[in-house]
Design a protein around this ligand. Structure first.
Ligand code: DC
Length: 221
């Protein structure tokens, strides 16, 4: 029997990489909900909407269908979005538009519709608390800001992108603050989520730990 798995946590905690690995091992689909907020930020910038203009952004989303492929490509507004969604500027813009209640409502509805069939791993900030309150397995994946900044710096350098550790650390701290202090669905650990701190764990170790939790859960289901 397939279940749904919720993974929440701060930015750069490794949620996406962990969710990708789990999806591969379990033959599940990974839905990266952050990429949907990134797509909204991209569209707002493309059409010149101010990032706090909830009315305009929500009206636009209402008349613009959005489809997410199992490989993560987002089809919207005549474009296929993937790599375009991962720059520093778009990360901060996504954090801003994700604070808008109307944007959240539209994205949550879409995420619930996609995952209704089960067999999904959703990663984000409000999955265990709002989107999939009834997910069979909930993980809160975190790591110290320093460990996350170090990982992001290494990843960027490996991709040939700018890798200034101090700057990346400050951005992570700023996004943590925005994501945990916003009025609507701030990032927090669901009461029934299992806390996994990946500061001193490798990706493989985190994946093994979560697979054990899934096995425990599915054996009793
Ligand atoms: O996971 P990410 O860094 O790609 O997410 C981009 C932004 O979207 C992040 O600042 C928080 C927001 N977000 C959210 O509010 N709710 C989600 N379920 C996923 C992401």
């Amino acid at each position: 029997m397939k279940i749904n798995i919720a993974i929440d946590g701060p930015s750069a905690a490794g949620k996406s990489s962990v969710a990708d690995r789990l999806a591969e091992k379990l033959c599940y689909v990974h839905l990266d909900t952050g990429s949907m907020y990134r797509a909204v930020a991209y569209l707002a910038q493309k059409h010149g909407f101010s990032l706090d203009d909830e009315e305009k952004i929500v009206a636009f989303l209402k008349e613009t269908p959005m489809e997410v492929d199992p490989d993560g490509t987002i089809h919207v507004d005549g474009e296929a979005l993937k790599e375009q969604l991962y720059g520093n500027e778009i990360s901060l813009a996504a954090s801003s538009v994700s604070a808008l209640q109307g944007v959240r409502e539209a994205m949550v509805e879409k995420q619930q519709e996609i995952s209704a069939k089960k067999g999904y791993i959703l990663d984000g900030r409000d999955i265990g608390t709002v989107v999939l309150k009834d997910a069979e397995v909930k993980i809160y994946l975190t790591a110290s800001a320093e460990a996350r900044a170090k990982r992001r710096t290494d990843q960027n350098l490996a991709k040939g992108l700018p890798g200034d550790y101090e700057k990346i650390l400050q951005e992570i701290i700023r996004r943590d603050y925005q994501d945990t202090h916003r009025q609507h669905s701030p990032l927090r650990q669901a009461e029934d989520a299992v806390l996994v701190d990946s500061s001193d764990l490798t990706l493989d170790e985190v994946v093994e730990k979560i697979l054990d939790l899934i096995k425990e859960k599915t054996e009793v289901l």
